[in-house]
Design a protein around this ligand. Structure first.
Ligand code: GRF
Length: 198
């Protein structure tokens, strides 16, 4: 027993990305350093995302499912679902994935799909939440890790990390401050849901 059985028994994550994949990298590094007990079984992207370079460099299985290769969202989701099943994925981790998963997809992974959003939900759902927070004159913002339900950015909250907003902050400055917290928050949230936080 030992290393092989340990590897086989840990939760298998399917990480969905669309862009640079810094949250995905933070999760992978937490696994590599022993902070998080899990395995990334698959990285799925809906485009030729920058994060795939890291996935390939680290020998992580990845697939690109371009939306344009499928006639309907249902077919696109079904293809991704099939990939997840094949990779024996237990948990879906949305990390900057810029599409909405269908209710049909979510029903196949009930309470097993997580997302991170760069605002203190329920404030500032949807696109450009950092811009929305600045426009609203907030004095703090942050990030939220939550379960995914069909209504966008609305599922139960697992945890939030807060950051201050300073006078004169630009959207880029605030985004960078929040992103630093995102990387910690996602790992902490995964430890909670995977029962790895005792
Ligand atoms: C993050 O700000 C995340 O909260 C949002 O999209 C961004 C993705 O960044 N959903 P990255 O691809 O993880 O670097």
């Amino acid at each position: 027993m030992g290393a092989l059985s340990d590897t086989l028994s840990v939760p298998v994550l399917g990480v969905f990305i669309s862009g640079r994949g810094s949250n995905f990298q933070a999760i992978h590094q937490a696994i590599q350093s022993g902070v998080l007990s899990a395995r990334i079984g698959l990285v799925i992207s809906d485009r030729d995302a920058d994060g795939l370079v890291y996935a390939n460099a680290n020998n992580l299985p990845c697939v690109v499912c371009h939306r344009s290769d499928f006639s309907t969202q249902a077919e696109h989701d079904a293809a991704m679902l099939e990939q997840c099943k094949r990779a024996q994925v237990n948990w879906i981790v949305l990390a900057g994935y810029m599409r909405i998963l269908s209710a049909g997809f979510l029903a196949k992974y009930p309470d097993k799909v997580l997302n991170i959003h760069p605002s203190l939900l329920p404030k500032f759902k949807g696109l450009y939440p950092q811009r929305q927070a600045l426009a609203a004159g907030e004095s703090e913002s942050g990030c939220t890790v939550h379960y995914v339900i069909p209504e966008v950015d609305s599922g139960s909250i697992i945890l939030q990390h807060r950051v201050p907003i300073y006078d004169g902050d630009t959207e880029a400055q605030l985004s960078a401050r929040i992103l630093e917290e995102e990387h910690k928050a996602y790992v902490a949230a995964l430890k909670i849901v995977l029962g790895d936080d005792e």
